[in-house]
Design a protein. Structure first.
Lengths: 158, 427
C-alpha cells in the first residue's frame, strides 16, 4: 500500500515539477531549479499525511511542562507543519480541580509549551494559534483521576 | 472568516421557568421560630403565595424555622385577632400577619410583626405595593423588613443572582447560558446564550450591568452588558487571555487578566478613558483579580511562589504582598463587604473547601465540607455566600452563612449550574 501510494506520489511529483518547470521557464531560468524540488517535497508529504497522528498531548496536575513521552508525537507534528503550509490551533485544557480562571491560565501555559516546542523545531510561530478553554470543555466527565487525566491536555487542530 | 454562533440576547422577563429550588441541608443549631400566617386575601386569587415565599426566604438563611401552617391554631388577619397564647403553645418567637388588597390594578400588601415572648408589636402596620408581576417582589420586600428587624442585619431577599448554565452532553452541541434570577432561584431569565463557553460574570457596583467573558468569537473576550436592555459591548480583544473581569468599587474601572505580553498579568482598564494599566509583572500565572473594599488594592491569585496563593497589589505603588499562607493552595479571593474577611477556595489534603480568613489576625476558618467547592460570591450584607459545587454528578449552586452554621443547596433541574454572582443591593 505504502509503496504503491509513494509511487503514485512520486509520479505526481515528476508531473508537477515538469508542469512547474514549463510555466516558470517562460519567466526566469534559475527559478525553475529552485521551485521544482519544493513541489516534489510537498507531494511527498501528501503521501505521509495519510498516516494518522494522535492530536492530543497530556499533562500532569497543575503542570505545563511537556512529558518526555509526548516528544515523539510532537516531533511528528513539527514535521507535518514544516513540510505543509498548514496552520494549527493549539487548544489548552485543564481538569476541573482548581478555580476556573486559574485553569484558563494553566491551559494557556500548556498550549504555549506545545507551541514553543514546535517553534524550536522550526515551525513558523505565525502558523500556530494558541487558545485556552481551561476546564470549560472537558473530554471526559466525572470527578475521578481517570477523567482528570484525560482532561489535562492540549489538542492540536489543523 | 468569523464563524457565527447561535447567540441571542433576551431581555423580556418571564421567559424561562424557575430552575433552581432551595433545599436546606443544614440549619443553625437554634433557629429563630417564626409563624408567618397566610395573608388574608379577601377572596383574591393571587398568582403567588406571598406568605410561603416569606417563609422560604427566612428559612433560606438558616437562621429561621417557619412554623408549618398545619400546626397553626388561628389565622389572625389583624392585631385584634392576635392571641399570644396560640403562638406561645407553638413556641413561636415571632409572628407575622398581613393582608393583600387590590385597588385599581395594583396590589397592596400590609403586614405587622409581633414579638410573641415580649407580647408586643415590633413592626407597626406597614404596606408595600406593586403590580401582579411584582407579587414576589412584595414578598421579598417584607422578608427583608422582617429579617432586618429581628437580626439587625439588612436582608438580601430582594437581591439577584447571575450564574452560568452549561449543557454538555455527548451527541448534542454544547450550550452555555448566562442566567439572571431572584436570589432564591425563582423567575430565572436568559441574558445570553452561546455555543461557546461563557465565564466569570460579575455585577457592576450599581447593579445595572454585568461583565463577563464569552468565547463566542472563538476566542475569549470581555463583554459588558446592560441588564435591563440587553445592550452589550465588547471591551477587550487582545491576543491570548482576556479574562476574570472585576469592577472597581467606583464602577469606573475593570481589573482583568490579559496575556498579550506573554504571561497572564493583572491589568486595570478605565472604562471611560479606555486607558490600560498593568498591575503585575511576573513570569508566573497572575489571575482572578478582585478589589479591596476601599479600591486601593487588588487581591489576585498567583503561582509565583510555587503553588497558587493569594496576593494583593497596591494599585498606586504596584507593591505586591502575599496574603495567604495556610494550606496547599488558595485561590479566587474575595473581600467581604466590611473589609474584614477574605473568602477563598482553600485546598488541603486534595480537597477543595471554601474558607474565610480574618484579614487582621490571619486566622483561617473552613466554611464548607464538600469536595470541589468553587467560585464563592458574597452577599451584599456579608452574612452569606453562594458558591458552586457538585451534587449527584451535577454542578449546582449552594449557599453557606459566613459563620459556617447554615448551608443550603439550590439544585438545578437541568444542566450544570456554576459561577454564581451575587448582586449588590439595588437601593
Amino acid at each position: 500500500m505504502i509503496t504503491k501510494s509513494l509511487k503514485q506520489g512520486l509520479t505526481l511529483a515528476v508531473i508537477m515539477s515538469f508542469l512547474v518547470g514549463c510555466s516558470s521557464s517562460s519567466t526566469q531560468d534559475d527559478e525553475t531549479t529552485t521551485t521544482a524540488p519544493v513541489v516534489s517535497e510537498e507531494t511527498y508529504n501528501e503521501v505521509e499525511e495519510q498516516a494518522p497522528l494522535e492530536t492530543i498531548v497530556y499533562f500532569d496536575f497543575d503542570q505545563a511542562t511537556l512529558k518526555p513521552e509526548t516528544r515523539a508525537l510532537l516531533l511528528a507534528h513539527a514535521d507535518r507543519l514544516k513540510s505543509s503550509n498548514a496552520s494549527a490551533r493549539l487548544e489548552g485544557h485543564a481538569d476541573e480541580r482548581g478555580s476556573r480562571e486559574y485553569n484558563i491560565a494553566l491551559g494557556e501555559r500548556r498550549a504555549n509549551a506545545v507551541r514553543d516546542f514546535l517553534v524550536l523545531q522550526g515551525v513558523s510561530a505565525s502558523s500556530l494559534e494558541v487558545i485556552s478553554y481551561g476546564e470549560e470543555r472537558p473530554l471526559a466527565t466525572g470527578s475521578d483521576e481517570s477523567a482528570y487525566a484525560q482532561n489535562r491536555r492540549v489538542e492540536l487542530k489543523y | 472568516m468569523k464563524r457565527y454562533l447561535l447567540l441571542f440576547v433576551l431581555f423580556v422577563s418571564g421567559i424561562a421557568q424557575a430552575q433552581l429550588t432551595i433545599q436546606i441541608s443544614r440549619g443553625a443549631d437554634n433557629p429563630t421560630r417564626i409563624a408567618v400566617v397566610p395573608m388574608a386575601t379577601q377572596g383574591l386569587a393571587l398568582s403567588e403565595d406571598i406568605s410561603q415565599i416569606i417563609s422560604n426566604d427566612l428559612e433560606f438563611t438558616g437562621q429561621f424555622a417557619a412554623i408549618p401552617r398545619s400546626d397553626m391554631l388561628s389565622f389572625p388577619r389583624n392585631e385584634a385577632e392576635v392571641h399570644y397564647r396560640d403562638w406561645n403553645v407553638l413556641k413561636a418567637e415571632y409572628l407575622l400577619i398581613g393582608s393583600v388588597e387590590q385597588r385599581a390594578g395594583r396590589y397592596y400588601a400590609s403586614y405587622q410583626l409581633f414579638d410573641v415572648l415580649g407580647q408586643r408589636k415590633v413592626l407597626p402596620k406597614l404596606s408595600v405595593d406593586g403590580t401582579e408581576a411584582q407579587l414576589r417582589d412584595l414578598a421579598h420586600h417584607i422578608s427583608d423588613k422582617v429579617y432586618e428587624t429581628i437580626t439587625g442585619i439588612r436582608g438580601i431577599f430582594s437581591t439577584k443572582l447571575i450564574y452560568v448554565e452549561a449543557f454538555q452532553q455527548k451527541g448534542t452541541k454544547d450550550k452555555y447560558r448566562l442566567m439572571l434570577s431572584d436570589v432564591d432561584g425563582a423567575r430565572s431569565r436568559l441574558l445570553l446564550e452561546s455555543a461557546e463557553p461563557i465565564m466569570s460574570p460579575m455585577w457592576s457596583p450599581d447593579g445595572r450591568r454585568v461583565a463577563y467573558v464569552s468565547f463566542e468569537s472563538n476566542r475569549p473576550a470581555v463583554y459588558v452588558q446592560e441588564i435591563a436592555t440587553g445592550k452589550r459591548e465588547q471591551l477587550t480583544n487582545f491576543r491570548g487571555l482576556n479574562g476574570a473581569p472585576a469592577w472597581s468599587p467606583d464602577g469606573q474601572r475593570l481589573a482583568l487578566v490579559l496575556s498579550k505580553d506573554g504571561n497572564p498579568e493583572i491589568y486595570v482598564l478605565n472604562i471611560i478613558t479606555r486607558q490600560l494599566t498593568r498591575m503585575t509583572n511576573h513570569f508566573g500565572i497572575d489571575t482572578e483579580p478582585s478589589w479591596t473594599t476601599d479600591g486601593a488594592g487588588i487581591i489576585f491569585t498567583s503561582n509565583r511562589g510555587g503553588r497558587p496563593q493569594i496576593y494583593q497589589v497596591n494599585v498606586a505603588t504596584l507593591q505586591v504582598e502575599r496574603v495567604t499562607f495556610d494550606g496547599e493552595q488558595n485561590t479566587r479571593g474575595r473581600v467581604s463587604p466590611d473589609g474584614k474577611s477574605l473568602v477563598m477556595v482553600h485546598q488541603r489534603g486534595g480537597t477543595y473547601h471554601l474558607a474565610a480568613q480574618d484579614l487582621k489576625t490571619g486566622n483561617l476558618r473552613i466554611l464548607t465540607e464538600t469536595d470541589l467547592d468553587e467560585s464563592p460570591t458574597i452577599a451584599p450584607n456579608g452574612a452569606m455566600l453562594m458558591y458552586a459545587t457538585r451534587f449527584g454528578g451535577k454542578g449546582i449552586l449552594a449557599a453557606v452563612s459566613l459563620d459556617a452554621r447554615t448551608r443550603v443547596r439550590l439544585p438545578s433541574k437541568q444542566g450544570d449550574v456554576r459561577e454564581p454572582a451575587w448582586s449588590p443591593f439595588f437601593n
